[in-house]
Ligand binder design. Structure first.
Ligand SMILES: *Cc1c(COP(=O)(O)O)cnc(C)c1O
Length: 463
C-alpha cells in the first residue's frame, strides 16, 4: 500500500485562543476535499509536499497541458484515486487553451482566461468538481450549496455542470448582480439551479450557513465547494509547472508575477517551487489593499478593513484567506481575524517572495502603455500583475525569463477597455454563447424556512 499524504489544520497550534478548539487530527485528501475547512476554522495543509526531479518538469516541454496536470495531481494523489480515473478527469476538465503570449525578449503573459467563465478560477473549480464526483461515496449524491455575489458562483456552477452525482444550488441576491451575471447564473442548467433571493449578498450567505448547520438537512450531504478547499489549490500548481517547461532554456529559473487577492493563485506557485520547480522569485502584486506588501516591508501585519474597492475587483481583499497557509509554510500562524500568533520567518519569505501595491491609476496607465507599446491587451487584474513585475525588474535588474499571469479575459471589462483604448474586445466563444442561452431561476424570499422547504423538496439523496 502506498503511503498517502495527510492533511493538517493551520490552527492546530492555537491553544490559548478563546473560541477555538484546535483540530489536531490528520485527514486524507478525500476528507479535506469533502470537509472544505478544518473544524477549528483552519485551512488544510498537506503534511508533505512531494518533490519531483527537474527532469520530470523538463520532460513536459512540448506536451499538452493535461500531461502537466497529471504529473502534479499524481504526485499529490497517489493512493487516493485510481490513475486511469485521474487521467480521464483531467482530460475532461482541461479542454481549452493556455496561451503564452510573448511581450518582449523573454517576458511573457500567460493567459488563464480561456475557460467557460473566462477566469483563471475555472482551472481550479473544474478539477475540484470532478475530484469530488470521483471520490464521493458511491451512489450517494453530493449537494453543493453556494452563495455568490457574481463571478465565483458562475465559475463554480459551470465547473460542476454535467458532473456525475452532484447537484448545485447557487443563491444570489436579486438586486445585486449585473444583467449579464444574472443571465450567466440562470442559464447554466442541467444539474445546476440558480435561486434568486429577495435580499442582499449577506442574506444569501446567512441562508447557506443556516442550511449547513441544520440537522434536518443532514441526510442531503451538503458541501460548500468554497475557495479555501485544498482541492482548489492543487490545480493551481499546474500552470506554473507547464509554463516553465515550455519556456525555460537549459532549466533556467523563472520569475512569476501573480496578481493577488486571496492568495490562492500565488500559493500554487509557492507549492510548485517547493515541489522542485526552478522559481527564482514569486511576485505577488496587490491592488490598493496593501496589507501584505506592508507586512513584508515592516514585519507588522494589519489587515485593511473595510477592504478598498479597486478596479481589479476580484482582488479587493483586506485579509487574504490563504495568508494562513503562507504563514504556516514559513513557520508562522495567523488566524481568520488577522491576529498573528506566531511570526513567520520573514527573511526566508523575503528571499522567495516580493510584493508591491499597485494603485488604480497605475493599473490604468499600464493597460494603455502595454497596448500602445506592444499591442498586448490586459484587463485590470493582469495589469496589476504586469506592473508588479516591472517594479521588481526596475529594483533588482533584468531577470531573463519572466511570466506574468492574466487572470481574466479583457472582454469582461468592456467599459474600462473602451475608455482606455477605444476598442471593444471580442468575447471568447464560451461567453458569447451565453446570450443565446435560456433558463429561469427559482425565486425565494430571504426567509430560511422557505429555503429549507425548497431544498427538502428538490434535493436528491441517492443517484
Ligand atoms: C480571484 C481572482 C484573482 C485573485 O486570485 P486569488 O487566488 O484570490 O489571489 C485575480 N484575478 C481574477 C480575475 C480573479 O477572479
Amino acid at each position: 500500500m502506498t503511503e498517502t499524504i495527510k492533511y493538517y489544520s493551520t490552527n492546530r497550534h492555537l491553544d490559548q485562543v478563546s473560541g477555538i478548539i484546535p483540530f489536531r487530527e490528520m485527514v486524507s485528501f478525500r476528507e479535506a476535499l469533502m470537509m472544505g475547512q478544518a473544524p477549528d476554522g483552519g485551512l488544510f495543509m498537506p503534511e508533505i509536499i512531494p518533490a519531483l526531479p527537474i527532469e520530470a518538469f523538463k520532460a513536459l516541454k512540448g506536451m499538452p497541458y493535461t500531461e502537466a496536470a497529471t504529473l502534479v495531481a499524481q504526485a499529490f494523489l497517489t493512493g487516493e484515486i485510481d490513475g486511469q480515473m485521474l487521467r480521464r478527469i483531467i482530460d475532461d476538465a482541461y479542454n481549452y487553451d493556455v496561451p503564452l503570449e510573448n511581450v518582449f525578449a523573454r517576458k511573457y503573459i500567460m493567459r488563464l482566461d480561456q475557460g467557460p467563465t473566462a477566469s483563471f478560477k475555472d482551472f481550479a473549480a473544474r478539477l475540484m468538481a470532478r475530484l469530488m464526483s470521483a471520490l464521493r461515496d458511491p451512489g450517494r449524491r453530493l449537494n453543493v450549496l453556494v452563495a455568490t455575489s457574481g463571478d465565483t458562483g458562475s465559475a463554480v456552477g459551470e465547473a460542476f455542470k454535467g458532473v456525475t452525482g452532484i447537484d448545485v444550488t447557487i443563491l444570489y441576491p436579486r438586486g445585486e448582480v449585473s444583467g449579464r451575471q444574472k443571465k450567466q447564473l440562470d442559464t447554466i442548467g442541467r444539474n445546476v439551479r440558480a435561486v434568486s433571493v429577495d435580499g442582499k449578498f449577506d442574506d444569501c450567505q446567512d441562508l447557506v450557513k443556516q442550511a449547513f448547520s441544520d440537522p434536518e438537512l443532514g441526510s442531503f450531504n451538503l458541501t460548500s465547494a468554497n475557495s479555501i478547499n485544498f482541492g482548489r489549490i492543487l490545480p493551481q500548481i499546474v500552470y506554473y509547472v507547464w509554463a516553465w517547461a515550455q519556456l525555460s532554456r537549459d532549466g533556467d529559473p523563472a520569475v512569476f508575477s501573480v496578481p493577488s487577492g486571496n492568495f490562492g493563485d500565488a500559493l500554487g506557485c509557492e507549492y510548485a517551487r517547493r515541489m522542485g520547480l526552478p522559481v527564482e522569485k514569486l511576485i505577488m502584486p496587490t491592488n490598493e489593499n496593501d496589507e501584505f506588501p506592508r507586512f513584508l516591508e515592516t514585519g507588522i501585519y494589519e489587515k485593511v478593513s473595510p477592504s478598498q474597492a479597486c478596479l481589479s475587483n476580484a482582488m479587493n481583499v483586506g485579509h487574504p484567506s490563504n495568508l494562513a497557509r503562507f504563514f504556516d509554510l514559513y513557520g508562522g500562524t495567523v488566524d481568520r481575524t488577522g491576529i498573528v500568533h506566531r511570526q513567520p520567518d520573514l527573511d526566508e519569505m523575503r528571499k522567495n517572495i516580493y510584493s508591491v501595491s499597485i494603485s488604480d491609476r497605475e493599473t490604468k496607465k499600464t493597460i494603455k502603455r502595454i497596448y500602445d507599446q506592444y499591442r498586448v491587451l490586459l484587463e485590470p487584474h493582469g495589469a496589476v500583475g504586469w506592473r508588479g513585475l516591472e517594479v521588481y525588474l526596475d529594483l533588482y535588474g533584468d531577470k531573463s525569463l519572466c511570466i506574468s499571469l492574466e487572470t481574466a479575459h479583457p472582454a469582461k471589462f468592456p467599459d474600462e477597455i473602451r475608455e482606455l483604448l477605444g476598442i471593444d474586445p471580442d468575447l471568447p466563444q464560451g461567453m458569447k454563447d451565453i446570450d443565446e442561452r435560456s433558463g429561469a431561476p427559482v425565486f425565494l424570499s430571504a426567509d430560511y424556512g422557505e429555503l429549507r422547504k425548497y431544498l427538502q423538496e428538490c434535493l436528491r439523496i441517492t443517484d
